[in-house]
Design a protein around this ligand. Structure first.
Ligand code: GLU
Length: 323
């Protein structure tokens, strides 16, 4: 019988980390071959091809590198992989997943996973997460769902998943919608059907700078005023409540909105921005009238990825199709 083919790329993160010197902290040292050797059950699932693409803590990955990872993943599918799994650090997993989601235009699943405990720590979760991610990548039910994140036996969609705990095993959640599915006794269960997806064209440039600023109490306007002179081409604001800023920021943002796209998301961590509730200066109605876009349920850091990709593919005029 023909065996299913799948590919795994390892990028680093806690899943690949262990102590190399007694008493020192853990660092990324284990690549794909080590993962395969320590997880023999992987070979029982499918014909698995593993490659180590980096050994980085995830905070140090950048968008250019992510584009090379995505090209690699697309090549794997072109060569017959039924699904692709990428392992990386969890600190930026929600951003990477969003980046890939907007560019992944294939029906095959691209599944991201990581670990909250280093490979040599008691109760390390990395191998269980990788096995679950592979099961999801190989499941027929995962087709047309885009990029998925599998952690702690839960399946999350890329645009909703967030890291909501710094160290706990149960570190990921999808506020507003919950997980898209679970892995129960090694079987993949989705709790809702695949939904329509929107992708962005591949970036034609990667030098654009998009700022993310959080609205905080009694903030001055200096950084906001410096965005244009510093060469920023887009701005995301993690706004108060339903997408609000101070009166002072509202005044300063008006001329900037004429020069660059601005998205206001909510800094709350759950819920959506409003569109026609609040009438005060700095409220969403005022900001929309000044040309700013409301981020809806898209969290600020995901909105920044969207804006960066749209600007990089000369598609910023399409922003209102997405938020
Ligand atoms: N907690 C992170 C991880 O799970 C730390 C390092 C990283 O993000 O690469 O991998």
């Amino acid at each position: 019988m023909l065996r299913a083919k799948m590919s795994i790329a390892t990028l680093g993160g806690t899943l690949s980390m262990q102590r190399t010197t007694p008493g020192a902290g853990i660092t990324p040292v284990l690549g794909g071959e080590a993962l395969l050797a320590s997880t023999p059950a992987l070979k029982e699932l499918a014909d698995v091809h593993v490659e180590s693409l980096s050994l980085l803590p995830s905070a140090s990955m950048d968008f250019d590198f992510l584009l090379t990872v995505l090209s690699w993943a697309k090549r794997q599918v072109a060569q017959g992989a039924q699904g692709v799994v990428i392992t990386q650090g969890t600190d930026t997993l929600e951003e990477t997943a969003t980046f890939f989601e907007y560019l992944w235009d294939l029906d095959q699943p691209l599944v991201l996973t990581g670990a909250m405990r280093g490979a040599d720590q008691p109760g390390a979760d990395g191998r269980a997460n990788v096995l679950d991610a592979c099961r999801v990548a190989l499941s027929e039910d995962s087709a047309k769902r885009g990029v998925l994140v599998v952690m702690n036996a839960e399946i999350h969609q890329a645009l909703t998943v967030r890291k909501t705990h710094s160290l706990a095993l149960q570190a990921f959640a999808s506020p507003n919608v919950g997980p898209a599915g679970m892995i129960i006794e090694h079987r993949v269960h989705f709790s809702r059907p695949a939904a329509a997806r929107k992708t962005v064209p591949w970036p034609v440039r990667t030098t654009q700078k998009v700022a993310l600023l959080e609205a905080v109490l009694s903030a001055d306007t200096t950084l906001v005023e410096q965005l244009v002179p510093l060469g920023y081409e887009g701005l995301v604001i993690a706004g108060f409540g339903a997408g609000h800023v101070s009166e002072q920021w509202s005044t300063v943002l008006e001329p900037i909105a004429a020069q660059m796209p601005i998205i206001v998301s909510t800094r709350c961590g759950a819920g959506s921005t409003a569109s026609d509730t609040y009438g005060f200066k700095g409220g969403e109605i005022d900001l929309i009238n000044k040309g700013l876009h409301m981020g809806g349920c898209l969290c600020p850091r995901k909105a920044r990825i969207l804006l960066w990709l749209l600007i990089g593919s000369d598609s910023a005029h399409e922003l209102s199709r997405f938020v």
